[in-house]
Design a protein around this ligand. Structure first.
Ligand code: PGA
Length: 265
């Protein structure tokens, strides 16, 4: 049932989130949004559209998106509200600028900035405590895939991310399945493969909570998703949207992905 019997599934509202990573200055962010907002606004009737700029751009993006249906996301959040944590940003700081979503545990944070399964859990819970929606990233490396440990890695990461999290809080989270070998490489998981792998994550959610929770939680695909492949990916029953890196930096490309999500909503 979890691997694609749509009849039994709760209809999940798609989300397309743009992860701008360390790209765009505040003025470039304004330019991109001036182009993007009119292209995607109508589709927000059926799709949640989120942009996650670098922290320095958040005030500019807030100015551009307030009063529009485009949601503002951050790329990271610390688990303490304030204190001696040079270079970090807290949930209350994000909340003041109307940030509603935050990416947690992106593989670039895990591999380059020492985020661990444990800190991913702490960050997600801090986000939830301040009413931010965590977009929790999980995904296997190429080596893990080749050695056949994809399921074990995803199960471990998912269990750790949801450690001591209530069912109610868990259902407020979004999961992004991002195979690391597909991020920024132009190599995408095939739609069938991504769909089957996301089923493993749903099984894990079912084992922590129940089958209904697994059917309700929204799970995105991320990794070289673009204007060309998004329609096939979005046609898969387990895929509820995308976390988009490179293709979120061009208004037309990002809008095409939102259109694909809209057409499958
Ligand atoms: P990509 O990045 O779309 O450029 O592969 C996705 C991500 O890292 O979130």
């Amino acid at each position: 049932m979890l691997d694609g019997d749509t009849d039994m599934n709760t209809k999940r509202r798609p989300i397309i989130a743009g992860n701008w990573k360390m790209n765009k200055t505040p003025s470039e962010a304004r330019t991109l949004l001036r182009e993007l907002i009119p292209l995607v606004t109508d589709m927000t009737s059926s799709v949640d559209v989120v942009v996650c700029p670098p922290a320095i751009d958040i005030p500019a993006v807030h100015e551009m998106t307030c009063g529009t249906p485009i949601a503002l996301g951050a790329q990271n959040v610390h688990f303490k509200d304030s204190g001696a944590f040079t270079g970090e940003i807290s949930a209350p700081q994000l909340k003041e600028l109307k940030v509603s979503h935050v990416i947690v545990g992106h593989s670039e944070r895990r591999t380059m900035f020492n985020d661990t399964d444990e800190t991913v859990n702490l960050r997600a819970r801090a986000a939830l405590a301040h009413d931010l929606v965590p977009i929790i990233c999980v995904g296997e490396t190429e080596a893990e895939r080749v050695e056949g440990s994809t399921a074990a890695v995803l199960t471990r990461q998912t269990k750790a991310a949801f450690f001591e999290m209530s069912r109610e809080d868990a259902l407020r989270c979004v999961i992004a399945y991002e195979p690391i070998w597909a991020i920024g490489t132009g190599r995408t998981a095939t739609p069938e493969d991504a769909n089957a792998t996301i089923a493993i994550i749903r099984e894990t959610i079912a084992s922590i909570y129940d089958a209904d929770a697994a059917d309700t939680i929204r799970i995105l695909y991320g990794g070289s998703m673009n204007a060309k492949n998004s329609d096939a990916l979005m046609s898969m029953p387990n895929i509820d949207g995308g976390l988009i890196g490179g293709a979120s930096l061009k208004a037309e490309d990002f809008a095409s992905i939102v259109t694909a999500a809209h057409s499958h909503a």
